[in-house]
Design a protein around this ligand. Structure first.
Ligand code: SF4
Ligand code: FE2
Length: 621
């Protein structure tokens, strides 16, 4: 096995990895070692399993599959399906929010409600629904119908393209890249990649971009906006992060997954006085709900709950021995968590029929019965406290402070009601540009080494950093999400953030909340009357692993945002596809991917790009 020192930059992770090894508990790192080296064909993307004349593996020696598909076709098809998987994940999550809105509108639930009437009316206006003098529920019903229709086949474009600058939309129209319907683009990707359909790699890649755009400007954006409507628009607040947020004297309940529909109810139920009294009866001082991954981000942004960790901390959180229950919804939940839970008194509870885990306690969580079910779940956690083995508890550190809650609404409010001061700070060169660092951990990369390093390098160059997803906890643990972090920033960023009392790295939410960054870029482009690709901005996912991250990367590029990946997707087996990704897309959509494992170099690449874009806008470098 690789030495623990090489697996993570964090002391809390390393302490728990030692404990895991001492207790004979397998982790993701052990399994990676056993899977290495990986199949070279799969790494290059040159395996195809799309029919039973195969499976086929193509190479120089043997360049065609049984059907005659070459490496370009096979790589493009595999990448297209990979992106479709990611777009499906985010978008089905978005659909679940529409279904909660439907339950509210139909009067089927009183556990959820419309918390932000103003936001509901604002987005209704943006998608062309009349709001004047109409009762909220009527507006909500139309919004629900409109968003459901965004998933279908009858529209020429998804509704939130109303936010996209016209020049960008024209570009997409010329390329046949306008996302028409979320499910439609995903289904068409599956169709195109069936044997005997789209056998032109660039054409497949264009549709992959269209599918990704349906995610970013469709499914994800709907997910974010409706989550705000139902659970509240995030506002700046303080919280804490790392394994130290798990408390030895409390019932610890971790929420993991992506959708706030379950975790918000769990948090509300955990405040129930009866459950609290029972917890005290069993000797706990309270019930502590802490977050993992993106559902953690959702609750962190809106409710300020503490963050126990990101992707590679999920197994390790249980290994503290102090977690009574881990409650999951879907996406990025390692199935191994059931086994790790089984090594302790930890109850593993799944809540979605579409994401069940063998060996878990299952709840078919529904809007109608949400609060009742949430109470039952919290009660299971409380009762588990009695089974905790105090001798196996080890909480390795004290939590660090973080600031969170930077929605576009909150940022605009902090700026005094409009984005003008931000535009001015960019024009003056105090903020030279902005980069969103997003996504995951990957056990192939020393945990958070790249996520943190890139953020540090960028802020030094007066480049504002926005973080979402698992990069949040990384930046937080590194001390970058507090106002004091301006000391690590360049002079311009230090001045602007210092005056506003905000960190130079802003927490912008969960992975679906990358839609907030898209919206911000569109708003800035509209304010300057330019295309998104003209802005001094970029995106990065240094330690990405998932299909969803590929979809995010591709919608960023297709939206005109220069996008960095810390390691390549499985496309290197096709020169055509690789060249398109890292250079050819520039001519088509005004941005490309770049792949770089060295974060100093990656930051320099962003710096060069930002200089070029600033110059073209007539600004100082
Ligand atoms: Fe092989 Fe073509 Fe079938 Fe793929 S679609 S498995 S390349 S025969
Ligand atoms: Fe996520």
């Amino acid at each position: 096995p690789r030495p623990i020192e090489e697996l993570s930059i964090w002391d809390d992770a390393k302490a728990m990895l030692k404990k895991a090894r001492a207790e004979g508990i397998q982790t993701v790192h052990d399994r990676l070692d056993r899977q290495t080296p990986h199949c070279k064909f799969c790494e290059l993307g040159t395996t195809c399993r799309n029919c039973t004349m195969g499976p086929c593996r193509v190479s120089e020696k043997n360049p065609l599959g049984v059907c005659g598909a070459d490496a370009d076709v096979i790589v493009a098809r595999n990448f297209g399906r990979f992106v479709a998987g990611g777009a499906a994940g985010h978008s089905d999550h978005g659909r679940d929010l529409i279904e909660v809105l439907e339950a509210i509108v139909e009067g089927e639930t009183s556990d959820y409600k419309i918390t932000e009437e103003n936001k509901l009316r604002a987005i209704a206006g943006e998608v062309g629904i009349k709001t004047d003098g109409r009762p909220t529920m009527d507006v909500a019903r139309d919004v629900m119908e409109c968003f459901f229709a965004d998933f279908g086949s009858r529209k020429k474009e998804v509704s939130f393209l109303s936010r996209v600058p016209k020049v960008r939309k024209d570009k997409w129209a010329g390329l046949k890249m306008i996302p028409r319907g979320v499910d439609r683009e995903i289904a068409e990707m599956m169709h195109r990649t069936h044997m005997g359909c789209d056998n032109d790699a660039p054409n497949t890649m264009i549709h992959a971009a269209r599918t990704a755009l349906a995610d970013g400007w469709g499914g994800s954006m709907i997910g974010t906006e409706l989550s705000d409507v139902i659970f509240g628009v995030p506002t700046p607040k303080m919280s804490t992060a790392n394994l130290g947020v798990i408390k030895a004297d409390k019932v610890n309940l971790l929420v993991h997954g992506h959708n706030p529909v379950v975790s918000e109810m769990i948090l509300a139920a955990a405040r129930d006085p009866e459950l609290l009294a029972r917890a005290k009866e069993l000797g706990a001082t309270g019930i502590n709900v802490a977050g993992l991954c993106c559902t953690g981000n959702e609750l962190l942004m809106r409710q300020g709950i503490p963050m126990a960790g990101n992707h590679l901390m999920t197994e390790l959180a249980i290994i503290t021995g102090a977690v009574e229950a881990i409650v999951v919804d879907y996406q990025c939940i390692m199935p191994s968590l059931v086994q790790v839970s089984g090594c302790y008194h930890t109850k593993f509870i799944d809540t979605a029929n579409k994401a069940r885990f063998s060996g878990a306690i299952h709840f078919d969580f529904q809007p109608k019965t949400a609060m009742k079910q949430a109470r039952e779940i919290v009660s299971i956690a409380v009762e588990a406290f009695a089974q905790r083995d105090a001798g196996r508890v080890d909480i390795p550190c004290e939590p660090v402070e973080i600031m969170t809650g930077f929605s576009n609404e909150a940022v605009t409010a902090a700026l005094g009601g409009s984005l003008d001061p931000l535009v001015q700070a960019i024009a003056a060169g105090d903020i030279r540009g902005a980069v969103g660092i997003v996504g995951c951990n990957n056990p192939k990369i020393k945990q958070d080494s790249l996520n943190v390093k890139l953020a540090e390098e960028l802020i030094k160059k007066d480049i504002l950093v926005l973080v979402t997803g698992c990069v949040t906890t990384a930046a937080g643990k590194a001390g970058l999400l507090v106002p004091d972090a301006i000391e690590k920033a360049g002079p311009g960023l230090k001045k602007v953030c210092g005056a506003l009392g905000i960190p130079p790295v802003l927490h912008y939410g969960s992975c679906v909340d990358n839609a907030r960054i898209l919206q911000l870029c569109a708003a800035l482009a509209n304010a300057l009357n330019v295309d998104i690709s003209d802005l001094p901005v970029g995106a990065s996912s240094p330690e990405w692993y998932s299909e969803k991250a590929a979809a995010i990367g591709l919608y960023a590029v297709a939206s005109g945002i220069y996008t960095h990946l810390g390691h390549p997707p499985n496309i290197l087996g096709s020169e055509t596809v690789t060249n398109l990704a890292v250079s050819g897309l520039e001519d088509l959509v005004g941005a490309t991917f770049f792949i770089e494992g060295d974060m100093v170099k990656a930051a320099d690449m962003f710096d060069e790009r930002i200089k070029t874009k600033r110059k073209a806008l007539g600004l100082s470098e």
